[in-house]
Design a protein around this ligand. Structure first.
Ligand code: F6P
Length: 514
């Protein structure tokens, strides 16, 4: 069974020329407005106090694959990006309608900020989005709460987003919703938009199987909300299959064609397809090639790492889906059962704080700290600290240096829609000598699985063996695997994703017009 949209539309992958891709996509949509709609904004303004107590405004880019991936896309397409203005200085930097041209240093498109009250943030973002939908889709049911007040607020905020979209939409607009925060918005826009507007949703996280999804009391409204779209994209075919099955079993009078991914409901058609997202591999390669070894020596000195020891790396948001405690336990197992590895390498965990108002995230942070302290106390000594935690934001160049010069990367989520860190690590391997250990439960495993060391993050012993295997892998095998991985990541990069997405959009719009 195939749910790749191409089988539905009959177009072969990336059939447009691969040169000058940005301009080409921009041309194919040049008479139309592209409106991206997401919860998280690509640029946030904040007040920061300097040492003299003077307040200045700084701009930062929130962590996360969605904004990092879509900002370069929007820079090429122009258009408008509608998102929650969550920065303390956001209102003071935008105009009276909440609009600001971005990127700030070289404006290419409009960011339309939308203002949310504290209560809306609490109930829609920290509430239903991240206490109900996030755990539900990642099969972390122990963390899931389905609160009716939060659900009502989620619907109200989705309506706010929909209203903003309708203010910006013109005839022929392509409206591109992002992710699980906005499942109700497409239906709300559809009810009031014109028939020549195209609604597309990319769901960046997994879609669970029907027996898990039906546990959500609002399953019907969520599915109907999403069926307001003309096209719904997921990272991998399995999530498409799960979605189609959910619609078939849970939405009355919906007709589902599994092979083509077409759903007929309420007199309209929605197509479901898989579009595996990639990274900007070429830029990462260039950035990484620029980082000299002296940076790596400085980095090691600053963070107290022994200059002669190897480094195993983890880069994650501090989220319970990322499998950080499980990974630390595997390292503990390795150092306990194979003492010859003590003092031989350091594990560096770059962990960015995330969603800390939610108790499950606080518990995760506490758990990670407790395990780290235990391991460092148990095995550390003679100037060797087994685990170094880095919570501060690192500049992209430093991150590229970390990717390039560390010996092994451990990417072991318990469940992950795609995981772009795995791809970033591969793209940065300009010396072809790093080894990637990748969870079988990450979406990116579908693409990279046959050239990585695969792990089931729940299997501590096998996980420890995988680390041992990665650290002892002969050079020829490392190079061979790395070259294969880099080819895959370059062939399926951000441009390829964008082409896949816009080829599908154009094809389906053509079908509708003919
Ligand atoms: O799709 C998951 C996602 O929305 C990504 O953008 C990113 O990895 C992360 O979650 C960001 O989380 P938040 O916006 O809640 O900080």
């Amino acid at each position: 069974m195939s749910n790749d949209w191409r089988s539905a539309t009959g177009i072969s992958p990336h059939q447009t020329a691969q040169s000058d891709e940005g301009t080409e996509i921009a041309t194919s949509l040049s008479n139309d407005t592209v409106i991206v709609v997401s919860n998280r904004q690509p640029y946030r303004h904040r007040y920061q106090e300097d040492e003299d107590g003077e307040s200045t405004i700084t701009v930062d880019r929130p962590t996360g694959g969605l904004t990092a991936g879509l900002d370069p896309v929007m820079q090429r397409l122009s258009g408008t990006w509608i998102a929650w203005g969550d920065g303390g200085a956001d209102r003071d930097t935008a105009d009276e309608d909440g609009q600001i041209p971005v990127p700030p240093e070289d404006p290419q498109y409009t960011l339309q900020r939308l203002w949310l009250t504290d209560r809306e943030v609490e109930e829609y973002y920290y509430g239903y989005s991240n206490r109900a939908l996030w755990p539900l889709c990642h099969l972390a049911m122990g963390n899931a709460e389905f609160d009716s007040a939060q659900w009502r607020q989620y619907c109200a905020v989705n309506r706010k987003f929909a209203d903003r979209v309708l203010e910006h939409a013109t005839g022929g607009s392509v409206i591109w919703f992002q992710d699980y925060h906005l499942a109700r918005a497409p239906q709300l826009v559809r009810e009031r938009c014109s028939s020549d507007q195209f609604l597309f949703h990319f769901w960046h996280i997994p879609w669970p199987a029907v027996d898990a999804f039906r546990a959500c009391p609002q399953h019907q409204e969520l599915l109907e909300g999403l069926l307001g779209n003309d096209l719904i994209g997921f990272h991998v075919p399995q999530y498409c299959r799960n979605f189609l099955e959910c619609v078939e079993m849970l939405v009355e009078q919906a007709e589902v064609e599994h092979e083509s991914g077409r759903i007929r409901h309420g007199g309209r058609e929605t197509v479901v397809g898989s579009f595996p997202m990639g990274v900007d591999a070429e830029t990462l390669k260039r950035q990484s090639a620029r980082v000299e070894e002296s940076m790596w020596r400085t980095f090691k000195r600053e963070f107290g790492l022994d200059p002669d020891l190897g480094v195993v790396l983890g880069v994650d948001r501090l989220d319970y889906t990322k499998g950080i405690p499980e990974r630390l336990q595997a390292l503990e197992h390795l150092w306990s059962e194979q003492p010859e590895w003590r003092g031989e390498f350091t594990y560096v965990q770059k962990g960015s704080e995330s969603r800390s108002q939610i108790p499950a995230y606080q518990q995760l942070q506490d758990r990670v700290s407790t395990i780290t302290e235990r391991i460092n106390d148990r095995f550390g000594g003679n100037g060797w600290q087994p685990i170094i935690m880095i919570e501060e934001q690192l500049p992209k160049d430093t991150l590229c240096g970390l990717y390039r010069y560390s010996d092994v990367a451990l990417v072991s989520p318990l469940r992950d829609g795609m995981n772009l860190v795995a791809q970033e690590y591969v793209a940065a391997q300009v010396d072809d000598d790093g080894v990637l250990i990748l969870s079988e439960l990450a979406g990116s495993h579908e693409q990279l699985g046959d050239a990585v060391i695969s792990v089931n993050p729940y299997d501590t012993e096998a996980h420890a063996d995988a680390i041992d295997r990665a650290l002892t892998m002969p050079e020829a095998e490392r190079r061979h695997r790395s070259r294969r991985l880099r080819r895959k990541v370059h062939n399926n990069d951000l441009d390829a994703w964008l082409h896949g997405v816009f080829d599908a959009v154009n094809q389906l719009r053509g079908d509708a017009g003919s």
